[in-house]
Design a binder for this molecule. Structure first.
Ligand SMILES: [Fe+2]
Length: 370
């Protein structure tokens, strides 16, 4: 639970008339109690981004994911649809899918060989009723199928919700979808994936860092060429981020730097989307692991009919790896700073460049309260 005195302190900051009121208190990034509260509320109630459909392209491809501390798995069925289930055998509650792999035409529990179809239906329960009886009297397999959870796929991106009533998915993605309506997704393809090491910081710090453009000129001075004055923030319901409009490329720009008009947008809580004109998209998957650990991967997409050869793709991967590492170093130091008593009120946020971070923090706090 969030301590009552801390709850009121944080609310007071958000209710302050001062545009320079502090940010989300440090304990929201360091307290295990707060982390557990987020799992029970925010991550149990929201749509949450969990994976990439192109990584499970064949019927029977299955992938375990953990959401709000709960074991879940994703699976592609024989019709080509991706679904999500609680990752638990209905017999003795063993975790069914323990690693990403293809299960073939059915899911078999390794303990007592109970078998489920790719649609979650319980198919067989060998010897459950005795040496000659698979289905004891009074046992109806139809009542013991795998338990499905809400799962939606938008283009390559898989979202799930543990909530019984997560709200319409179309409404969830609309603020972002409407901003990229001109993208021809039939032409978009994934060309590279960057798997990052675990980052030693709370998931919210990575999100906040992506949302604000203020740091780009300082942290990414060697990897980007996007002047601060060309940036602006985006606050549209739960779609938060920034954008930069570059009219002319700097003729003195360094090689292999990002120097194009871009959109940096998120869907709360953890979907991260970048558009880099004219022909590139990037999506990060941020997976909260513990209060101070987050796993991250990035998929790079090309749009339209643009072609890049292997060396150009390698250069893109190198650029993005370097950009991410620059951000990770900063986010890990943001985490370390939050052990100080000075950080308890949450620092300060720029009323101009970090208003989108403030909205993110407000949403994070409201949703954590449940
Ligand atoms: Fe950054």
């Amino acid at each position: 639970m969030i301590p009552q005195n801390r709850k009121s302190a944080a609310c007071k900051q958000f209710e302050s008339d001062s545009p320079l009121a502090g940010g989300l208190p440090a304990y929201a990034y360091t307290s295990t109690d707060y982390w557990q509260q987020e799992q029970r509320t925010l991550f149990s109630q929201s749509w949450v981004f969990v994976g990439f459909a192109h990584e499970m392209s064949q019927a029977g491809d299955a992938m375990p994911v953990e959401i709000a501390g709960k074991p879940v798995f994703l699976i592609r069925d024989s019709n080509g649809s991706i679904s999500a289930y609680h990752n638990v055998c209905r017999h003795r509650c063993l975790k069914l899918i323990d690693k990403k792999h293809n299960v073939g035409p059915r899911i078999r529990c390794p303990y007592h060989s109970w078998v489920y179809g790719l649609n979650g239906a319980l198919k067989s329960t060998p010897f459950f009723g005795g040496p000659d009886q698979h289905t004891p009297e009074g046992f109806n397999p139809e009542n013991h199928s795998l338990v499905a959870i809400h799962c939606e796929v938008w283009f390559d991106w898989i979202y799930i919700s543990l909530s019984e009533n997560p709200g319409p998915f179309d409404e969830y993605i609309e603020p972002l979808k409407s901003r990229i309506a001109d993208v021809d997704f039939k032409q978009v393809r994934a060309v590279a994936t960057i798997e990052m090491d675990e980052i030693k910081c709370n998931w919210k710090l990575l999100m906040e860092n992506f949302i604000e453009p203020y740091h780009v000129q300082f942290v990414h001075s060697s990897t980007t060429d996007q002047p601060l004055e060309n940036h602006y923030t985006v606050i549209d319901r739960h779609c938060l981020g920034s954008a930069v409009d570059i009219e002319k490329t700097n003729p003195d720009k360094k090689t292999n730097t990002l120097a194009v008009s871009s959109l940096y947008l998120t869907l709360f809580p953890n979907f991260v989307f970048g558009r880099y004109f004219p022909d590139q998209l990037g999506v990060h998957l941020n997976i909260p692991v513990s209060v101070n650990q987050t796993r991250q991967k990035r998929v790079i997409y090309l749009t339209d009919n643009s072609h890049k050869d292997d060396s150009e793709i390698r250069a893109l991967k190198t650029l993005w790896y370097d950009v991410h590492k620059e951000d990770h170093e900063i986010c890990e130091r943001l985490q370390l700073g939050r052990a100080s008593d000075v950080a308890e009120p949450g620092g300060l946020l720029s009323p101009h460049w970090e208003d989108s971070v403030r909205r993110f923090q407000e949403l994070a706090f409201e949703r954590a309260l449940g």
